[in-house]
Design a protein around this ligand. Structure first.
Ligand code: NDP
Length: 330
């Protein structure tokens, strides 16, 4: 049974030697447990923070212990009432091919209602992050302009589509021309900007947002956010969802001071962790499932095959190799 451990805490960008593959004896399900076979593994930018030995909203991974993330698994044996062989479940699970589990925190998922991988993306953590962060903090109104950074990723692509459903003008910022094209053609963004080839991002955002920016959904931080914040309107709302451009930084980032803008524009900036909105999850899942069925919402996935590919898929997030949700199919 293959297991992936945290071998070393990364300095800067994570590298292959930060992970270690080991073989352990095949686990067995004891009384009160299920035996799970890993089917789909979610790799997520936030795991980078858990690889550091620092205090956060979630404890760090321990050295020489398994890495873990959102997983869809199949119950291959059950000695736990409520679970049967053949059920599919999702939860935060170890990076192991098979594992025994007491069921706590596991949620059954229906393979007939949606693709199993969707429970790690649009109907899972990243979809909920997009919905809750946008609705609860961004509070967009029809006719307003939303800018989203990290727009072609799992969270960003859903934020933009919800913005369109709500009648907003939506502008995305992403790192390749292919992503820019996908945002406009597949996800119906009004405009998209390639931040890697645009020399004056502030001017590009201004041109793409003729009436200014009312909501800035920030997945990235630093220079990209500076360019957007220079274009915000009075009473702008800024859900701060992530700062992926800074997760591998080894020195503190110093950017333009934004306080005068925040005052002059009476803007609201609020960071959040999706779990804070747990009470909204049933509504969010119901609404997004309806939009999916109606064809108003769609999603992209980059699916990498093979358990051994989990660390590489994770590292590739920081190279922008994914369109939509990055998933490993085991
Ligand atoms: P994505 O699917 O968006 O994947 C990461 C993307 O980030 C890459 O594809 C890449 O796209 C972009 N990126 C990587 N490095 C940089 C960089 N240096 N500068 C700019 N862009 C970069 O991941 P998610 O949708 O899962 O997550 C998006 C953000 O949301 C992350 O910051 C994450 O931490 C955060 N998040 C927060 C949650 C919360 O509860 N607050 C929950 C879930 C996610 P490109 O080619 O465009 O550069």
């Amino acid at each position: 049974n293959k297991v992936i451990l945290l071998n070393a805490r990364p300095v800067g960008k994570p590298v292959s030697s930060d992970f270690k593959f080991i073989e352990e004896a095949m686990p067995v399900a004891n009384e009160g447990q299920v035996l799970l076979k890993t089917k789909y593994v979610s790799v997520d930018p936030y795991l980078r923070g858990r690889m550091n030995d620092s205090e956060s909203y979630i404890p760090p991974f321990e050295l020489n212990k398994p890495m873990a993330s959102g997983v869809v698994a199949e119950v291959v044996e059950s000695k736990l009432p409520g679970f049967e062989k053949g059920d599919f479940v999702t939860g935060v699970l170890d990076w192991k091919e098979y594992q025994a589990h007491n069921g706590q925190g596991l949620m059954k998922v229906d393979p007939n209602a949606a693709d199993l991988s969707a429970y790690l993306g649009i109907l899972g953590m990243t979809g909920l992050t997009a919905y809750c962060g946008l609705m609860e903090i961004g509070k967009p109104k029809a006719g307003e302009t939303i800018v989203v950074s990290g727009a072609a990723g799992a969270v960003g692509s859903v934020v933009g589509q919800i913005g369109k459903i709500l009648g907003c003008r939506v502008v995305g910022i992403a790192g390749t021309d292919e992503k820019v094209e996908m945002l406009k053609s597949k996800f119906h963004f009004d405009e998209a900007i390639n931040y890697k080839t645009t020399t004056d991002l502030k001017a590009a955002v201004k041109a793409a947002c003729p009436t200014g920016v009312d909501v800035y959904f920030d997945n990235v931080g630093a220079a990209i956010s500076d360019a957007v914040l220079a274009n915000i309107n009075r009473y702008a709302r800024i859900p701060v969802c992530g700062a992926i451009s800074l997760y591998n930084a080894t020195t503190p980032d110093l950017g333009p001071r934004i306080q005068p803008t925040m005052v002059i524009k009476s803007a609201l900036m609020q960071g959040f962790i999706v779990s804070a909105f747990a009470a909204k999850f049933p509504e969010a899942i119901a609404q997004m499932s309806t939009w999916l069925k109606e064809g108003k919402l769609s999603y992209a996935e980059t699916v990498v095959e093979g358990f051994d590919q989990i660390p590489q898929a994770f590292m590739d997030l920081f190279e922008g190799k994914n369109e939509g949700k990055m998933i490993v199919k085991v």
